[in-house]
Every structure is written in C-alpha cells, then in structure tokens.
Ligand binder design. Structure first.
Ligand SMILES: [Zn+2]
Length: 412
C-alpha cells in the first residue's frame, strides 16, 4: 500500500500549550476518562478470560464504546478518536504480550494504569481534530476550546498528534513527515565507540564528554532532592507518610522540573554533537544495535578500568551508557535524514583489540592508555577502540572477534 509519506522520515514538533484553568480542567478530565476507559477495557478482557476462558474481540469493545458514550456523559465529552486510540493502544499491548508468549518468553500481562503513568491523549487523525487559527497562536482542541500555543516555529502539515502533560505543563506533539535532504559529501569516515571515561570516542582522536556532570544544574537537582528529603516523613518500613502534603508535593514538583531541565540540557548537547558528526562524515561506523546487550555485558564486567571498581563507577558507567545510546540514536536519525551511511559493526572486544596489528589481548589495556603487547602501538584507549570500530566497518574480520572469549573471561 503506497502512502503519501513513502520514503519520508517522521518529524515530531513539540509545542508548549498554555491552557487556562478551565481548559486545563477539561484536559485533565479527558485524561481521567481515557485512563478509566483503558482500565475498564482491560478488566473486561481479563475477567472474560479468567472466568469464562473467552477473549473479547476488539470490534465488540468498539461497539460497546459507542453504547457507553450514549450512556455516560463523561465519556461522551471526550473526542471519539481519542477513545478509539485507547482501544488501539490496548490492542497493541495485547499483541506484544502474545507475541512474546509465542516466543517462549515470560511477558508481563498488560497492566492497569495509574494516574501518574497516564499522561497523553492521542489523536490518530490529529489534522482533523486539532485546528490552528491563522497565525498558529491558538489550537482548537475538541472538548477544551482554543488553547494558546507557544509562539515560534511554524508547525507544518501533520497527521497524528498528541497532547502530553509533564510536570504540570502541557504540550502538543504534531507528527509530520519530511523527505531526506542529502548533505554534500565530504569524503570522510569515522568510527565511534562508547568511551570508558568519556561519553564517546571518535577514530579521529576527538572525544565527546558527558555534559559537565559536576555542573550547576546538577547542584540544583541535588539541592531540590535534599529539600524533598527534608519534607518527607517516613514510617519505620520506609513508606512515605505525607505523600499528599502540599509542602512535599511542591518540593517533589520542583525536583522533577530541575531533573527535566538537566535532561533537556543533556539532550541539546547530544543534538549538537550528533549534528556535527553527521555534518562532517559520509560514513559513520557504530556498534550494532542488536549486539548492544551482549557487548555491554562483556565490556561492563571484564573491561572496566582497574579491577576493583566501586559501585559508584557502575552507576557512572550506566549514565554514560544511557547518554551514548541517545547519541547513537540521534546520529542514526540525522544520518537517515542527511542520506549519510551508518555501518553497524560488532563492537565486542574493541577495547582490547589493537588498531594497528589487530591483536586481541586484555593486557594491552593499561587504564586510560592502550599499549599493544605485540606491536607496541600506543594510543588513548577509547580512541583506539573507535579506530577498531572503523576498521571493522571497512573490512569485516575473518575471524570472529569473540573466539578468545573463554580465555578472556577466565582472565577476568
Ligand atoms: Zn598491535
């Protein structure tokens, strides 16, 4: 089936909304109704199965939804498509559940949603439901009226749309599409590996730091964490006693906002770094996605710098890994848009492999430095690993890099 978006890439536009108090109440009521609906649909399916061993088809629930809307005004005042999207979301949840069951895994049954975990309304044909005024200063939301938008970039023609709330703020997310726009070729190529002490290392010798981990923003987060701890009273078992205490709620919200700002700053930083990489190189070699878990388990256990690494280093490691994962996915996204080539390679043992002679040996790693035990090639350990990634992309190894695995594990 040909779509009008063939060959185009998904492009999300997130715009802050400024609802009035009445509009916000309407939006919150819509969230509550859709969440209630989701839980009711789920309960119907679960009970039908546990008591009578029958499954409730989606189309039956769709028909019942029509009846429910006639009977219950609080469901009728929600835009019908949002409720259909809830049913669809439940279908997707069950499809994933059965798929994993079939594969012999032990999946979790779809769960009932708490209010804290239910924060978006989906409009599958958002362009039909949400209408801008001429200057895109307001967007008309069915059931909530014309809500003021943040001024800024113009939202292009869009399809699906979401209304999302986070930390007490509302956003509209519009899903648009755009055709790739290839960047001029540079004739340069690069290998990128997750670093041990830095976020990522490039084969050209440069490294990408994690955004100033000891920064002012971090200090703000820690300060808000302390005031939340001060405002929290717990019983002996560690349960919070004053969860709804206004002072505690306010402190908790301030902490969430500070964390959000920190995450935004980090994301901006990664956007910038990934944009520069995609601009500079035609061919970008990265560790393959499907091997990530495997690569991490070997590298995380046997390749940490030093032998007695404290728990704290483990936490720092996982923060760096999360950052690298985001950097890599931004690179993939931007590369697809710019028609750059991303080559996926097996990243196992890159930090123990010599970029000059190819010898794999644990002893070549000397903390932050790499000194090959065979040929004496010396380099920054992270940069050496990135060069190995590039080499593997250009000429896949004849011998699988994992053949020395048993010995490597024995040595660790
Ligand atoms: Zn060597």
């Amino acid at each position: 089936m040909a779509s009008r978006f063939d060959g185009q890439l998904r492009w999300l536009h997130k715009v802050r909304l400024y609802p009035t108090c009445a509009q916000e109440r309407a939006l919150v009521a819509m969230l509550r109704a859709t969440r209630e609906l989701y839980n009711a649909l789920l309960m119907q399916r679960r009970d039908a199965w546990t008591t009578r061993r029958v499954s409730v088809p989606s189309r039956d629930q769709y028909a019942q939804l029509t009846e429910l809307r006639e009977a219950e005004p609080r469901f009728a005042c929600v835009y019908r498509e949002c409720e259909d999207a809830v049913l669809h979301r439940l279908d997707l949840g069950f499809a994933a559940f059965f798929r994993r069951l079939k594969r012999g895994e032990t999946p979790g049954y779809p769960r009932f949603k708490r209010a804290a975990r239910w924060n978006q309304l989906e409009f599958s044909h958002g362009n039909r439901a949400l209408k801008f005024d001429t200057l895109q200063g307001r967007v008309r939301i069915p059931g909530a009226g014309a809500v003021r938008l943040r001024k800024g970039r113009t939202v292009p023609e869009f399809g699906r749309a979401f209304l999302v709330t986070k930390n007490g703020r509302w956003y509209a997310v519009f899903e648009a599409h755009r055709a790739p726009s290839p960047l001029p070729t540079t004739g340069c190529r690069v290998g990128i590996d997750r670093g041990i002490r830095v976020l990522a290392a490039l084969s050209d010798g440069t490294t990408i730091e994690n955004l100033r981990s000891g920064s002012r923003r971090r200090a703000v987060v820690e300060r808000h964490q302390r005031s939340l701890d001060t405002a929290t009273r717990k019983d002996a078992a560690g349960h919070v006693l004053n969860r709804r205490d206004p002072v505690r709620v306010a402190a908790s919200r301030r902490l969430s906002r500070a964390k959000e700002r920190e995450a935004n700053a980090r994301r901006d930083w990664l956007h910038k770094a990934s944009g520069e990489i995609v601009g500079r190189y035609d061919r970008i070699a990265l560790e393959a996605l499907n091997l990530r878990g495997m690569a991490r388990s070997t590298r995380g256990t046997t390749e940490k710098p030093g032998t007695n690494v404290a728990q704290k280093a483990g936490l720092n490691r996982s923060i760096l890994d999360a950052g690298f994962g985001m950097l890599a996915s931004l690179i993939r996204e931007k590369a697809a848009y710019a028609a750059r080539m991303v080559i996926e390679v097996n990243a196992r043992y890159t930090s123990q492999t010599c970029a000059a002679c190819g010898r794999v040996c644990k002893e070549s790693r000397k903390g932050p430095r790499f000194v090959c035990v065979r040929c004496g090639h010396a380099a920054d350990a992270d940069v050496n690993a990135a060069q190995v990634i590039l080499l593997r992309a250009e000429s896949p190894p004849k011998r699988a890099p994992g053949t020395a695995r048993g010995r490597q594990h024995g040595a660790a």
